[in-house]
Design a protein around this ligand. Structure first.
Ligand SMILES: Cc1ncc(COP(=O)(O)O)c(C=O)c1O
Length: 457
């Protein structure tokens, strides 16, 4: 598929209201949605808006068929031979919570996470530790992106019930050696869960071959509708989980005094489901298959390399994570000396139509330990083009220049007032920047800072 063709499939990339096409570099938070996904959801509401598995009429039959077809597609996509291991959930957060609350913990059981997990794979364990006597340990990861196998072995040898790691990091894009971790953990009798949020949209996942017990995915990070995701589990560990929610669809039968649960996966899908979303998520997988994960990886890597190279001479720019671009997946996370991350994000949006994320990216623990206010994260996907990468570079370069000189050594804007001007009105906004608008970036950045302070994310 040509890039032109791809971009024309994403309505959000169409220029509107006199503005150029948006430069969307926040796909690690949520990817954009292509037209076939929108069409699939509309088709559901228009042509067979029934509920699956309850009624015998044709709408119900059709939605049931499509719902299960989506399950089978996720199983294939993630390398699970048995679709019954795929549980539909709202997002990876729910998938991790399902496992955390579903295992039969005993006081003293130990959970091992890395020292840079998303809150979705951290706070639920903290609560288990506080309320159920589970012990939570963290494995420190080297800053250079390597993985310390010896350190893992030491932790495993001390006894671990569950290893729960990210597959690819949302902080710096590093990818962990899933198969090796899984084999080592199993050798010590531990279960293994990976948070696949930032991996499944980009690299082939082969869960049966890797032997992973639980894998959490958010489909809205891989072209799917918001609030869709899966827990992809191996049969035996899934059968041992206690459902989070009970009710309609989860039971074979009930009396006034008891009930019998349905087998997995249905026992975990309580109540009427997000049929449109699940059907849309299937269309998302089909779209990704048409593009090809090789092409996805190649494109984001080339954009990441282009930005990295273009800014390599900037002494005030610091890129987080591994040096090698190939080890950073789609993520270009950075700080600029002397410029607040939220100011940077608002400057890029206002001046260059570049949308990035700023703050702590729901990994407060990482920044808190280093006394950092967060950083800026640009994340690429296959629908981004060279113009997007170049717009990011231009925006960062202008900001560096205005706040104290970039690689060119410009220092005319290095005063405090220069810094304030840069925040208030990016040069590229030029004629568009009315007084009202130029005040807005500061207010937005303040909101971001207040959010970080509150610990949102
Ligand atoms: C690594 C990682 N884990 C978990 C999550 C949580 O995803 P969701 O909010 O879709 O559950 C994210 C979201 O950014 C993430 O990047």
């Amino acid at each position: 598929m040509t890039l032109e063709r791809v971009r024309s499939d994403f309505p959000a990339l169409v220029p509107r209201a006199g503005r150029p096409a948006p430069v969307y570099l926040d796909s690690a938070c949520m990817s954009l949605v292509p037209r076939p996904v929108l069409d699939a959801m509309e088709e559901y509401y228009r042509d067979f808006p029934g509920c699956a598995g309850r009624s015998l009429h044709r709408f119900s039959e059709e939605v049931g068929r499509r719902y299960e077809a989506s399950r089978a597609a996720f199983a294939r996509f993630l390398g699970r031979s048995d679709p019954a291991g795929v549980v539909f959930v709202r997002n990876a957060t729910e998938a991790i919570n399902l496992v955390a609350n579903g295992l039969d913990w005993k006081a003293g059981d130990r959970v091992l996470v890395t020292d840079r997990e998303h809150n979705s794979n951290l706070v639920v364990w903290q609560r288990l530790a506080a309320e159920r006597g589970v012990r939570l340990s963290t494995l420190p990861l080297p800053d250079d992106g390597s993985f310390d196998v010896e350190a893992l072995e030491r932790e495993l040898a001390a006894g671990v019930r569950l290893v729960s790691f990210f597959h690819t990091s949302n902080l710096d894009g590093r990818t962990l050696p899933v198969r090796e971790i899984t084999e080592r953990a199993h050798a010590h009798g531990a279960l293994v869960m990976f948070d696949g949020c930032q991996a499944a949209p980009h690299v082939p996942v082969d869960l049966d071959r890797w032997g992973v017990d639980f894998y959490a995915v958010s489909a809205h990070k891989m072209l799917g509708p918001t609030g869709t995701g899966v827990l992809a589990a191996a049969p035996a560990p899934l059968a041992g989980l206690r459902p989070l929610l009970l009710g309609g669809e989860t039971v074979e039968w009930s009396t006034l005094t008891g009930h019998a649960l349905r087998p997995p996966p249905h026992r975990f899908e309580a109540g009427l489901q997000n049929y449109a979303g699940v059907i849309g998520a299937h269309a998302a997988l089909d779209y990704l298959a048409r593009v090809g994960l090789d092409a996805v990886e190649a494109r984001q890597r080339s954009l990441n390399a282009r930005v990295t190279q273009a800014l390599a001479g900037e002494p005030r720019l610091h890129v987080l994570g591994p040096d090698a671009v190939k080890d950073r997946s789609s993520i270009f996370a950075f700080t600029l000396d002397g410029v607040d991350p939220h100011d940077t994000a608002v400057f890029l949006d206002e001046g260059y139509d570049v949308m990035v994320r700023s703050g702590m990216h729901c990994v407060h623990s990482f920044y808190e330990r280093r006394g950092l206010p967060g950083n800026v994260r640009a994340s690429f996907y296959f629908y981004n083009d060279l113009r997007d990468a170049d717009a990011l570079v231009r925006g960062i370069s202008e900001l560096l220049e205005r706040t104290g000189g970039g690689a060119s050594g410009t220092s005319a804007a290095s005063s405090a007032s220069g810094r304030r001007r840069a925040r208030a009105r990016p040069r590229a906004a030029g004629s568009r920047a009315t007084a009202a608008r130029s005040a807005r970036p500061r207010r937005r950045a303040e909101r971001g800072r207040a959010g970080s302070a509150r610990g949102s994310g």
